[in-house]
Design a protein around this ligand. Structure first.
Ligand code: AMP
Length: 285
């Protein structure tokens, strides 16, 4: 497994693989890897002849009052995990190269990024789309793998990849959860045992909502009110938003319609930790 720090070298590595007839798969991460990340790596390994994983804690997607400095990092452990998965290269760019002096170019996706995460974290998506565009330019993948856990991010990247004619196929994989339902996240390490227990209300609320919809409830307002109630019964959980949106556009919906495809989404602070989760919903046509 190669460890690559420079953009030029990443480009050479990818170009060589393609010249050898291989499909290049790419998995962008901020490291501190868990089974959620590894599910993306495994999908790429199944479908592509070469897999590149990036590890870069991207300063541009953190607001000044967020956890950039505290974000968990463990490169040695991540490298061992990726080597064991048979990854071909890690791309770990240097901050100084990616955001070189004089940097002033940003990629912005407009409508999808306005609500929800975009409203709570106004500079977040512009940081994400910009770094993903840079990572695509460095690793020149045929396919890139993203987690459904960050559903609005995945929809935003899909839009960007299509709009900017990147030629990169965006693959979105399902959320990987702990056995008790908590969506895996590098930020779960911030939770105390009591907070972790309270955080289970998030996935419970989503599961119950999905079951209610399957049983015939079609009013999004009723569903969201019950989700909020379920989560806020936990002492340490404070809801940032609960929402029901159209799957592709992220426009909010009042009624679930036959044949519709939606997301139920939650963002919630548990103690000081901000967690997000969601459940895709498909109504039979
Ligand atoms: P991050 O390192 O948090 O930036 O995440 C890197 C990629 O892993 C993103 O595409 C995330 O959506 C994905 N990811 C994170 N957690 C999970 C999870 N629990 N299940 C599936 N994918 C995930």
């Amino acid at each position: 497994m190669r460890v690559i720090a420079s953009t030029d070298e990443a480009r050479r590595f990818s170009d060589e693989a393609r010249r050898a007839g291989k499909i290049v798969g790419f998995v962008p991460t901020m490291g501190f890897l868990h089974e959620g990340h590894l599910s993306l790596v495994r999908a790429s390994r199944r479908e592509c002849g070469t897999t590149i994983v990036s590890i870069f804690v991207n300063p541009a997607q953190f607001a000044p009052d967020e956890d950039f400095d505290d974000y968990p990092r463990n490169f040695e452990r991540d490298a061992k995990l990726l080597e064991a998965e048979g990854v071909d290269a890690i791309f770990a760019p240097k901050r100084e190269e990616f955001y070189a002096e004089g940097f002033q170019t940003y990629v912005t996706v407009e409508d999808i990024t306005r609500p929800l995460e975009g409203a709570s974290r106004p500079t977040h998506f512009r940081g994400v789309t910009t770094v993903v565009a840079m990572l695509f330019n460095a690793t020149r993948p045929d396919r890139a793998y993203f987690g459904g856990k960050d559903a609005q991010q995945a929809a935003t990247i899909s839009r960007m990849a299509a709009d900017l004619k990147t030629g990169v196929d965006i693959v979105v994989m399902p959320i990987v959860r702990e056995s008790d339902g908590l969506a895996m996240s590098s930020r779960n390490t911030y939770l105390s045992p009591e907070e972790r227990n309270d955080a289970l209300a998030i996935s419970r609320a989503l599961r119950e909502a999905k079951a209610e919809i399957e049983a015939g409830e079609r009013d999004a307002g009723n569903i969201l009110a019950r989700m909020r109630e379920t989560i806020e019964r936990s002492e340490r959980a404070n809801v940032d938003y609960v929402a029901a949106v159209e799957r592709e556009t992220f426009e909010s919906v009042d009624t679930f319609r036959a044949g519709g495809r939606y997301y139920l989404l939650v963002a919630c602070r548990v103690g000081k930790t901000r967690l997000i989760d969601n459940e895709p919903i498909s109504i039979p046509g």
